[in-house]
Design a protein around this ligand. Structure first.
Ligand SMILES: N[C@@H](CCC(=O)N[C@@H](CS)C(=O)NCC(=O)O)C(=O)O
Length: 219
């Protein structure tokens, strides 16, 4: 039986984070693809009143906003825990999740990632190099902040994978194969090593853009 339904689209780093969490928990779920161009349809606005993905259905319970979904999943599926027991480490996890939303997605992913990866791949549109260039100073700052938080550790909030890693890996994965990686990730080899470690996890392997596109076709 499918316990969870994820409304999302292939290529959404937020949608992928939810699927990564479900995979880490060994939970049964299915993707319900949201058709491009229908985010502001009455049908989707009934799921998410601001017209975003992902949205999670768990039986008759519906939840939107990725941080809320991830924390909900960690409460209803407590093993393996994806929140550190130590309050100080849990604080670090929350800090990294907010950096993801407020500074990485807003200003970096939604400019550089959108222009360099999403628009060319989804719409066949050439990237706007001026938008990318203008976003680079902020992107360098955010990458340095993330690398500083990672420090010498294996993960963002202690010795085990947490919701912070689950959120950040899909987002940073967008930058791995683009020319800007050299300037953004190059100065921070430990960040690149962390991303390689995350990308080797079955939860990430099973939720690549191509794998989620296959799920969407099969739905
Ligand atoms: N704050 C939201 C952000 C979700 C978000 O921005 N999702 C993107 C896809 S990665 C989206 O729905 N974009 C469609 C749009 O903005 O019209 C969350 O945490 O779930």
């Amino acid at each position: 039986m499918t316990d969870f339904v994820v409304h999302s689209i292939p290529g959404s780093p937020y949608g992928r984070a939810v699927m990564v969490a479900l995979e880490e928990k060994g939970a049964s779920y299915r993707l319900s693809p949201v058709a491009p161009g229908t985010f502001r349809s009455p049908e989707h606005l009934a799921r998410h009143p601001l017209g975003k993905v992902p949205v999670l259905d768990h039986g008759d319970y519906r939840l939107y906003e990725t941080q809320a979904i991830l924390r909900y999943l960690d409460r209803v599926l407590p093993r393996p825990a994806l929140t550190p027991a130590d309050p100080r480490m849990a604080g670090r996890m929350d800090q990294a999740m907010n950096i993801n939303d407020c500074y990485l997605f807003n200003g970096v992913s939604n400019t550089i990632g959108l222009q360099r990866v999403v628009l060319p791949r989804v719409m066949g549109v050439a990237p706007d190099e001026a938008i990318i260039a203008a976003a680079m100073p902020r992107a360098k700052e955010v990458f340095a902040v993330l690398a500083n938080q990672l420090g010498q550790g294996p993960y963002f909030a202690g010795d085990a994978v947490s919701l912070a890693d689950v959120m950040l890996a899909p987002q940073l994965d967008f930058f791995r194969e683009i020319p800007e990686w050299e300037a953004l990730g190059g100065p921070h080899p430990r960040l690149g090593a962390w991303l390689d470690r995350m990308n080797a996890r079955p939860s990430l392997v099973k939720t690549t853009w191509a794998k989620v596109a296959d799920m969407a076709k099969a739905a």
